[in-house]
Ligand binder design. Structure first.
Ligand SMILES: CC(C)(COP(=O)(O)OP(=O)(O)OC[C@H]1O[C@@H](n2cnc3c(N)ncnc32)[C@H](O)[C@@H]1OP(=O)(O)O)[C@@H](O)C(=O)NCCC(=O)NCCS
Length: 186
C-alpha cells in the first residue's frame, strides 16, 4: 500500500518514489547545475548507482515515517520522474528540499508541486511551521519560496556542493501564514 497520497495538479502527478524510478531519477538529477546548488552532504562527482542506493536506503525505509518524498511526473509523460519534493520531520534546520530536471526549469513546475505538499504538511502531518534554506545566490529556489508564501528570516554561513556558495538563506512558513497566503490566492 502506498504510504504517501498521490496528488494531481493542473500539469503534474506527485507520487511516491520507488526503485523503478531510479533510471529516470539518475538521468534528470545527476547534473552539476542541479547538484552544485545542494548542501555539501551530497557527493560530487555523484557515484554510479548512487541514486538507486539513495532510494533504497534513504527514501523507502523512511517513507511516511519521518520523511515524505514525492516524485514529480508530468501528466503527459507519467512514467518519467522529473524532480522531487522531499519533506522531513527533524529540521536540519530545514524541513524541505527539492530539485527539478534542468530542461523543466522556469515553467512554474516546482511552484505548482509545492502547493499540495504544503497543504499535506500542515493539514495532515501536523507541522506548525516549516523551515527552508537555499544558497545565497540560488535565485530560482529563492523565487519558489517567495511565490509560495514563505518568510525570509536571515542569512548564515552554509556549505554547498559548489564551494562558490558560502552562505545560506533561512526561510520559514507557518501554518497560519500558509493559510493566509492561500486565501489571498483565490
Ligand atoms: C529551484 C528549482 C527547483 C526551481 O524549479 P522551477 O520549476 O524552475 O521553479 P519555478 O519555475 O516554479 O520558479 C522559478 C522562478 O525563478 C525565476 N528565475 C529563473 N531564473 C532566474 C534568475 N537567474 N534570477 C532570478 N530569478 C530567476 C523564474 O522566472 C521563476 O519565477 P517567476 O515565475 O516569477 O518568473 C530548480 O531550478 C532546480 O531544481 N534547481 C537546482 C536544484 C535546487 O536549487 N534545489 C533547491 C536547493 S535549495
Amino acid at each position: 500500500m502506498a504510504k504517501l497520497p498521490i496528488f494531481a495538479t493542473e500539469r503534474l502527478i506527485l507520487r511516491e518514489v520507488t526503485e523503478a524510478d531510479a533510471t529516470a531519477y539518475e538521468k534528470n538529477f545527476v547534473d552539476y547545475e542541479i547538484i552544485s546548488q545542494l548542501a555539501s552532504v551530497v557527493p560530487w562527482p555523484y557515484p554510479p548507482g548512487g541514486v538507486l542506493d539513495f532510494i533504497r536506503h534513504q527514501i523507502v525505509p523512511r517513507q511516511g515515517n519521518d520523511r515524505w518524498v514525492w516524485g514529480i511526473f508530468l501528466k503527459e509523460q507519467p512514467s518519467e520522474i522529473i524532480g522531487v519534493v522531499d519533506l522531513w520531520r527533524t529540521g536540519t534546520p530545514e524541513n524541505r528540499g527539492f530539485w527539478l530536471g534542468r530542461r523543466y526549469w522556469g515553467k512554474g513546475i516546482m511552484t505548482e508541486a509545492v502547493f499540495p505538499i504544503m497543504d499535506y504538511a500542515f493539514d495532515v502531518l501536523g507541522f506548525e511551521k516549516l523551515c527552508f534554506s537555499n544558497a545565497v545566490g540560488n535565485k530560482r529556489s529563492r523565487r519558489v519560496k517567495e511565490k509560495t508564501g514563505a518568510q525570509f528570516l536571515r542569512i548564515e554561513p552554509g556549505t554547498f556542493v559548489s564551494a562558490s556558495y558560502t552562505e545560506r538563506e533561512i526561510w520559514e512558513l507557518t501554518r497560519d501564514r500558509w493559510r493566509e497566503f492561500k486565501s489571498r490566492q483565490t
